[in-house]
Design a protein around this ligand. Structure first.
Ligand code: ADP
Length: 548
């Protein structure tokens, strides 16, 4: 027997409509590339998004057509999300920190029809326009009086002029909820980038799930500043979550340094933020140097790479801010797990609670996960057995865009497909997952595995260490041994011996790095994560002391 409930498709346009109707006067504040602070609200945003959708459809954007962006977090970017996605097109966010050759490759692979960009990225557009024949128009997201001109960009359009041609009478179409709405490419550290193609249904369900109290836990009382860029897996879903719950949004634009972020936090009363660990390193350093406090910030989601326990503690003990450690990936829209305390943890001593919060966390309902060995046999949830992490769920990819890379799924005995994350993890008896490493970063020493993440986290707890990375170095006897690479804090005095001794008693003796190298900076990838591939290149000729 069928249920007798209405069959209303889950569409992202309904999120913005709801926000305009119920939270119409809730503000959206943006620091713009023009240099000023811009203010609008959900009602204003929804009207402009409809006009933009109309303008895009008049310009020839049809169902399934890709509209790409190279843009910071801002209200125009948000309008594009809803206009392109809501009308039946696909919003394709591109990471501007990638090399222009990679960007051109991605634009051509995605067959983007239009590309909207903040003028910061004009040089990238000039470098790629001639190589991207599918793009009919390049849309500069800037006030008309600041519109750039360039003879290298045929079809250069002004965003506001385009929007002016759209009618506010436009109505959002009723689409199939399984139709595509968003496209994000993985950063492709190995092989070509691969596209995750989200549907309306997956995006709406992901937003519901993200908003749950034990997930991101956003509400209409929050003022959310996503530091995580809207080109990094849709700012982890916040452009859908915030209007869904009616939270005020604050967009930081291009200035992501500690001072600029801090100023916006304070001026706009931000209660909630999200970003990768490296941005918080910058913010915390700035705040320490100026002896500043947060007056409104209460929580921040930290993920994208392992959040060092020392950072979780500093946020809590020095600033009274709760860190929600989260794990996810582009292929998961991106949220998979988040670490929050459950009722069972309430009575535990502080130290034990901290250990729970340091893990990558518990799945949100909708995601199923397991760890398996190399023969695909499931491993126990005992907190110590570690293996390849597999997931499935309604917001997990089943196939990459244009089948790039073939079928990624691993079937179980019942024929269910599981997505192999490429991460190695443990799961404890309470269902809390902890990432040991990315499978390609784990250090294999004498047939056993050493977690580079654990060693980095320990180094980051040393008071003289500003940033740290650990990579495996070839060793004639052990196969690989860990090398610790460290950026010292300004004026800090620390040497190799101090750091090696710092590990004593904290990890098994055979885990302790064989050597330490000091560097001025650690290379970061396009999403602010440590670029281990680059580090391995930089240290390709390095020999460990006893292996020299
Ligand atoms: P890319 O590899 O393209 O940067 P993602 O941004 O999707 O792709 O990164 C996903 C990967 O980032 C995960 O598979 C995992 O290795 C890592 N990651 C994400 N969050 C965490 C976390 N909290 N702790 C450790 N690793 C994480």
């Amino acid at each position: 027997m069928q249920g007798l409930m209405m069959d209303m498709p889950l569409l992202i346009s309904t999120i913005l409509q709801q926000a305009a109707r119920h939270f119409g006067d809730v503000e959206i504040v943006s620091r713009r590339v023009e240099g000023d602070i811009h203010r609008t609200d959900y009602r204003g945003l929804e009207t402009r998004a409809r006009r933009l959708a109309d303008a895009l459809s008049k310009a020839g954007v049809a169902d399934g057509d890709r509209v790409a962006t190279l843009a910071w977090n801002g209200y125009r970017h948000m309008e594009l999300y809803y206009a392109a996605g809501g009308m039946g097109g696909v919003i394709h966010t591109i990471n501007p920190r990638l090399h222009p050759d990679q960007i051109a490759w991605i634009v051509n692979h995605a067959e983007d029809k239009f590309l909207a960009f903040d003028i910061t990225f004009l040089p990238i557009i000039e470098a790629i326009a001639a190589r991207c024949p599918n793009v009919k128009g390049w849309i500069a997201m800037i006030d008309p009086d600041r519109q750039p001109s360039s003879d290298k960009i045929p079809g250069l359009i002004n965003y506001e002029a385009l929007l002016d041609g759209g009618s506010a009478d436009y109505r959002w179409p009723t689409l199939d909820e399984n139709s595509a709405v968003g496209l994000c490419y993985t950063s492709g550290t190995t092989g070509n980038p691969k596209g995750a193609l989200y549907s309306h249904r997956s995006s709406v369900i992901h937003a519901y799930a993200a908003a749950l109290p034990d997930a991101m836990g956003a509400s209409s009382r929050d003022v959310i500043l996503p530091v995580v860029p809207m080109f990094h897996v849709n700012a982890w879903g916040l452009p859908y979550v915030a209007p869904m719950v009616g939270a005020k949004l604050v967009f930081p634009g291009q200035h992501l340094d500690g001072q600029s972020i801090y100023e916006l936090f304070e001026q706009e009363g931000v209660t909630y933020s999200a970003g990768v660990p490296t941005v918080w390193l910058g913010l915390l350093q700035y705040m320490r140097s100026k002896s500043l406090r947060f007056s409104t910030l209460k929580r921040t989601v930290i993920g994208g790479s392992a959040c060092p326990p020392a950072m979780i503690r500093s946020f809590r003990d020095d600033y009274g801010v709760e860190v929600i450690h989260a794990w996810g990936m582009t292929e998961l829209s991106p949220l998979g797990t988040l670490a929050k305390l459950q009722a069972r943890h309430q009575g535990l001593p502080d130290e034990a609670q901290q250990k729970v919060l340091e893990k990558q966390g518990h799945v949100i309902f909708g995601i199923d996960m397991k760890i398996v060995d190399d023969q695909n046999q499931e491993l126990p949830w005992d907190g110590s057995s570690f293996g390849n992490l597999l997931v499935r769920g309604p917001w997990v990819v089943r196939e990459y865009f244009k089948s790039e890379g073939g079928n990624p799924l691993v079937d179980d005995e019942e024929g269910h497909g599981w997505f192999p994350t490429g991460d190695v993890a443990t799961i404890d008896s309470d269902g809390y997952m902890q990432i040991t490493d990315r499978s390609k970063d784990v250090i294999k020493s004498g047939g056993e595995w050493i977690s580079s993440i654990d060693l980095e986290n320990l180094a980051l707890a040393h008071p003289a260490v500003a940033n740290a990375a650990v990579i495996g170095i070839a060793h004639p006897k052990w196969d690989e041994r860990p090398l610790l690479i460290v950026v010292k804090k300004p004026d800090a005095k620390v040497d190799r011996k101090d750091l090696i001794e710092f590990y004593d008693g904290k990890v098994a003796k055979w885990w302790i790095p064989d050597d330490v190298q000091f560097v001025d900076e650690i290379p970061l990838g396009a999403t602010g994560k440590i670029l281990k591939t680059r580090l391995r290149e930089l240290f390709a000729d390095y020999r460990l002391p006893d292996a020299a």
